[in-house]
Design a binder for this molecule. Structure first.
Ligand code: HEC
Ligand code: HEC
Length: 450
C-alpha cells in the first residue's frame, strides 16, 4: 500500500496560525491540571482542593484499585472472591501507574495489560470460554488458554519516500484446557487504556456528546461519527463514553465490568460470582465464591463507588511540553480535530469550566485495516471510540519507557498510530503522509503536548 499525496496543507496552516495569533475566542477557564511531582506518576495526582473525607475515600478507592485479590475463602474475607477464572489479580496489574498497557513484543509473552476478547459472528460470547480468555484460575482449576500473538507486517511509504513498517496482531490460543473455543469464534486483542481524566469525561453533559454526532455527514466535512446508544437507568438511551468502543455509559459500569471479566469479582451491577465462566464450565461455576457475606457481592456497591471515586478524583497532568503552535495548526489543517475534539464545557462547583480531552467520545469507522476480528452487536468491525489525547506526552514516563497505541497496542509510535487511520479518517491520514519531515515532526511534538 502506498499512501497517496494529498492537498498541501501549508496554506491552511498559515491561515490557522493567523487565527491562533488573533487570540482564542471566549472560553471558560480550563479545569486546573497538575504538574506531576514524579514523572512516572503523572496520571496519579489528585484534583486540587480534594481534601478531608473525599480525600480519604479516594485513598480507600486507590487501595481497592491496587489490592491483589485472593481466592475464596481467604482469611481476609473482605478481599477474597477472585476468579475462579481471572486475567489479573488487581486493577493496577494491567493499568500500571494508571497508564496504558505495555506493548506486546514480537517474540515475548503477551503483557498482562493486553486481554483477549472472544465473540461469535453475531457478537455473542464463545459458548465454552465466554467473552474473554482468562489465562489464570484459582483453586487448582486450569486457566483457559495460553495466549500468543503473531504479527502481520506490511510497509507503507510516506510521500517523501520514507517507509514505515506497520504490524497487526493475530491471536493464537494454545493449551485450551477447558476445551477449544467454538470454531466460529474469533479472538482479538484489547490493550488497557490509560485512566486519565475519568471524572471529567463523566462530567460531560450527554447532550454535548450527542450534539457532535453526524452519522450521515450532514455537514459535508467527510467525517461520520455516531454516539453509541446504551440503555440507561430507567431504560432511557444514553451515549456510551467509556471503553475502547464506548460500551459503558458510566464509570461505575466500567469498574463493574473490569471486576467481573478481568478478575471474576461480582458486584451489584454484574452479580454473577463466577464472572466469565460459561455454563459449559460447570467446575468453575461450582467453585467457592466470596459473595453471600456482609458485602452482599464480592465487591460491595460501596466498593465499586470507592474505586470509581478514586478514578474520578485523579487530575489530568499538565501538558508535557509547551504547546507547539505550528504543530497545533497542522493538527487542525489535517482535520484531526474533527474527531479529536479539543474541548468540552462542563459545570463544576466553581462555575463553568472547560476540559481538553481531544476526543468527541463518538464511534468512527476507521476502515478494514482497523477491523476487529471480534464483533459486537450493533458495532461495525472498524468502529472505535476516538481515543482521548490528553496526557499522552507522559505515556513514556508512566509506562516506564514502554508504551503502546491504539485499541490493541499494534502501534509502536504516534506516527504508526496515525498511519492506521483509514475509513472516514483517510483524508486526515493522507495529509500527514504527504507532510515533509519537519511538519510531521512538528505535528508529533504537538501531540506529545496535550
Ligand atoms: C487484565 C487486565 C485488566 C485489569 C485487571 C483491569 N483492566 Fe481496566 N481495562 C483493561 C482493558 C483491556 C480495557 C479496554 C477494554 C475495552 O474497552 O475493550 C480496560 C478499560 C478500563 C476502563 C475504561 C477506560 C476508558 O478509557 O474509557 C476503566 C475505567 C477501567 N478499565 C478500570 C479498571 C478498574 C477499576 C479495574 C479493577 C477493578 C480494571 N480496570 C482492571 C484491562 C484491565
Ligand atoms: C474520523 C475520526 C478521526 C480522525 C479524523 C482522526 N482520528 Fe485519531 N483516532 C480516531 C479513533 C476512533 C481512534 C481510536 C482508534 C483505536 O482505538 O484503535 C484514534 C486514535 C488516535 C491515536 C492513538 C491514541 C492512543 O491513545 O492510542 C492518535 C495518536 C491519533 N488518533 C492521532 C490523530 C491525528 C494526529 C489525526 C489527524 C492527522 C487523527 N488522529 C485524525 C479517530 C480519528
Amino acid at each position: 500500500m502506498r499512501l497517496t499525496r494529498a492537498v498541501p496543507v501549508a496554506a491552511v496552516v498559515a491561515a490557522a496560525l493567523a487565527v491562533a495569533a488573533a487570540g482564542a475566542p471566549d472560553h471558560p477557564p480550563e479545569v486546573a491540571r497538575v504538574t506531576p511531582p514524579v514523572p512516572h506518576l503523572a496520571y496519579l495526582t489528585r484534583v486540587p482542593g480534594l481534601e478531608g473525607l473525599a480525600g480519604l475515600d479516594a485513598q480507600a478507592g486507590q487501595a481497592l484499585f491496587d489490592r491483589p485479590w485472593a481466592a475464596a475463602p481467604a482469611s481476609t474475607r473482605s478481599s477474597d472472591g477472585l476468579g475462579p477464572l481471572y486475567t489479573a489479580r488487581s486493577c493496577a496489574a494491567c493499568h500500571v501507574n494508571h497508564g496504558r498497557a505495555h506493548p506486546a513484543d514480537e517474540a515475548a509473552p503477551v503483557p498482562v495489560g493486553m486481554v483477549v476478547r472472544l465473540a461469535q459472528p453475531d457478537g455473542a460470547p464463545d459458548p465454552v470460554l465466554g467473552a474473554q480468555v482468562q489465562p489464570l484460575a484459582t483453586g487448582g482449576l486450569p486457566g483457559e488458554a495460553h495466549v500468543g500473538v503473531t504479527w502481520a507486517h506490511h510497509t507503507v511509504a510516506l510521500a517523501d519516500g520514507i517507509p514505515v513498517d506497520l504490524r497487526r496482531p493475530v491471536v493464537l490460543l494454545a493449551d485450551t484446557r477447558w476445551g477449544a473455543p467454538d470454531p466460529a469464534t474469533t479472538a482479538g486483542l484489547r490493550a488497557a487504556p490509560p485512566l486519565v481524566g475519568m471524572g471529567l469525561i463523566a462530567a460531560i453533559p450527554a447532550a454535548d456528546i450527542l450534539a457532535g454526532a453526524d452519522p450521515d455527514d450532514r455537514d459535508g466535512d467527510g467525517i461520520r461519527g455516531r454516539a453509541r446508544m446504551l440503555a440507561g437507568q430507567g431504560g432511557d438511551p444514553v451515549p456510551g463514553r467509556f471503553g475502547r468502543r464506548a460500551a459503558e455509559a458510566t464509570l461505575d459500569q466500567a469498574v463493574a465490568l473490569a471486576l467481573s471479566v478481568d478478575m471474576g469479582l461480582s458486584s451489584h451491577l454484574l452479580p454473577n460470582p463466577w464472572g466469565d465462566c460459561t455454563a459449559a464450565q460447570a467446575a468453575c461455576r461450582a467453585a467457592p465464591h466470596g459473595d453471600g457475606d456482609a458485602r452482599g457481592h464480592e465487591v460491595s456497591a460501596q466498593g465499586v463507588a470507592l474505586i470509581a471515586g478514586h478514578l474520578a478524583s485523579l487530575a489530568v497532568p499538565a501538558p508535557a511540553s509547551a504547546p507547539d503552535a505550528r504543530g497545533a495548526a497542522l493538527f487542525d489543517a489535517a482535520g484531526c480535530a474533527a474527531c479529536h475534539r479539543p474541548a468540552f464545557p462542563i459545570a463544576t462547583a466553581a462555575g463553568p469550566r472547560e476540559i481538553r480531552p481531544y476526543s468527541d467520545f463518538l464511534l468512527h469507522d476507521l476502515g478494514p485495516g482497523m477491523a476487529s476480528p471480534v464483533g459486537e452487536p450493533g458495532v461495525a468491525p472498524g468502529e472505535w471510540r476516538t481515543a482521548p489525547l490528553w496526557g499522552i506526552g507522559h505515556a513514556h514516563a508512566v509506562g516506564l519507557g514502554r508504551e503502546s497505541w491504539l485499541h490493541d497496542g499494534r502501534a509502536r509510535s504516534l506516527l504508526e498510530a496515525i498511519l492506521w487511520h483509514g475509513g472516514t479518517a483517510t483524508p486526515a491520514r493522507d495529509r500527514v503522509a504527504a507532510m515533509d519531515a519537519d511538519d510531521r515532526a512538528a505535528l508529533i511534538r504537538y501531540l506529545e503536548g496535550p
